[in-house]
Design a protein around this ligand. Sequence first.
Ligand code: ZN
Length: 663
Amino acid sequence: MTILSPIAGQGARKSADDGPFWTGKPDVAAFSKTQDERLAKATEAIDRMLAAKGKRTVENTLKPYDEALVYLNAASSQAHLIEEVHPDAALRSAAEKASQKAQAFGTELSLNRAVYDALTSLDLKGADEETRYYVEKTLRDFRLAGVDKDEATRKRIKALRDELVLIGQEFSRNIRDDKRTVVANDVAELEGLPADYIARHKPGPDGKITLTIDYPDSLPVFSYAKNENLRKRMYMEYNNRAFPKNMAVLDKLVAKRHELANLLGFKNWADYITADKMVGSAKNASDFIDRIVGASGAKAASEYQTLLKRKQKDAPQAAGVNAWESAYYSELVRKADYDFDSQSVRPYFQYSRVKQGVLDITSKLFGVQFREIKGAPVWHPSVEAYEMLEGGKLVGRFYLDMHPRENKFNHAAEFPVRTGVRGRQIPEAVLVCNFPGGDANDPGLMEHDDVETFFHEFGHLIHELFAGRNQWVGTGGISTEQDFIEAPSQLLEEWTWDAPVLQTFARHYQTNEPIPAALVKQMRRADEFGKALTVRRQMVYAKLSLSIYDREPSQVNTDALIKNLTEQYQPYKFVESTHFQTSFGHLDDYSAIYYTYMWSLVIAKDLFSQFDRANLLSPAAARRYRESILDPGGSRPASKLVESFLHRPFNFKAWQEWLNEGS
Ligand SMILES: [Zn+2]
């Protein structure tokens, strides 16, 4: 923490934000006041920039511009977190309003011709590579935002963007607030589910058991419940979250984005949103999807036949496998053909031990230390805060909000709350997940999938924190191309498949025995099964996301699209009366670019080829990876970062090998 000197000169200037971001645990009034102050300071910095006389330099123009972004970044990121996690409805709604204001400010800034002109006339002679790239990227973003359009067009752009913020918030709110349940008639209906699951779900006075559609309740039903009808009921509720409310909201989102793209000179939103990504265009994104679909076809078909054969043992007349049966029969195939029962690993994955494992492994690999901050200011008593230290110096903080509760964001994500800037402020970020282990009666046994999710989100977190020492806020944190951001997260998942790595933390919660290497080997083998079917499912999502944005809105029927894509890419029949799209939050935040996950996975597999698989705890390649890719954040194009690590451009080879392992 900076000590504020009474004669504060240049050197002792107070940081934009000192200490943990939720210091003082603000109420509605205090939170809103801080938010308004941040926007006022951002305005002041822009005014200072525009008032500068004479030649436009980095000192008199880029510095105040970036300072405005420091305040705007804090305002928008913190509002975004609080609206998704705060237990108090009044604060959530204040945060929604604050978020609207911050985004409106950002839109106005992106359309400010005077600011654009000032940045255009910057004298960059003698500037370093990071600064040059930052300015180049900023000017491109201004043009993509429509700064060079006439006054009337810019007005319409501003109105549309403001409207889109409201529509996006409505879409997320409907997902967050839809509290669907499935009622099991008696304990017998839970047959097949793990004992701790059944113990956690006590029948009510009428003998019935209420299950929610949140992950810890719903996912085990899909995999383990013997009762097909219970699985089907769960499937129907799970795939109707936010239906019907979000049907119209989604149509509105699509129509407004299309109009905006047209105003900005693009044929459709998909062309617009891919223009500044690694992929470069909607056509390339579509070709990429086709390539992945082609590569996974034969394997997906053979996996489906295996599922069907297994089902025919139970139902000899069965001609097909239904969508709500796929997880269940996959589990049975893994048991019978791969001698692996995914429940057998759960006792080794107790939440508290997994958490310690993630911390210890990343600490060892990347050369940093983590220390819990006792009594830190947090928004809910279950949230834990940590400091990240390097060489004894405080270099970041993060928060873990890891278990479900009402009105909380119900997926898993990393939320930045402050981007780090060298010499000015240290980075802070939050993981928001929904893992078991939140209540006292629950030992908190995780599925291997959950462990993967934890490592995945932590991969985002270290990217955010390690890229916290650039000279500009605009190049710091995860400010790289959006179709690269899922590479560091998916890369870190690899560490959850390695026996020596797992044995450092995965110990039986009752006997303390480390997870047997043979069991990990079986788990890896079993994981081969269903891989291509999962890739195909991902491509349904990717193509849906691209297709709703790559044509005239009048031609978009989201129900028809998802039905056609499901039947085109997947062997299962589409289940009528389900509307997965209404709870597919990425149709708002990722819009047309859900392909990003697979694109990043192709890169992640290639990056992983540089690591020594016989010794994944060795820090050698990890440090090089951190220096070439994580630390630089958005200070260079992602393709260059990847090349500097691989010593060549990335290719599909490692991904292909991964897809076809074991076949
Ligand atoms: Zn991710």
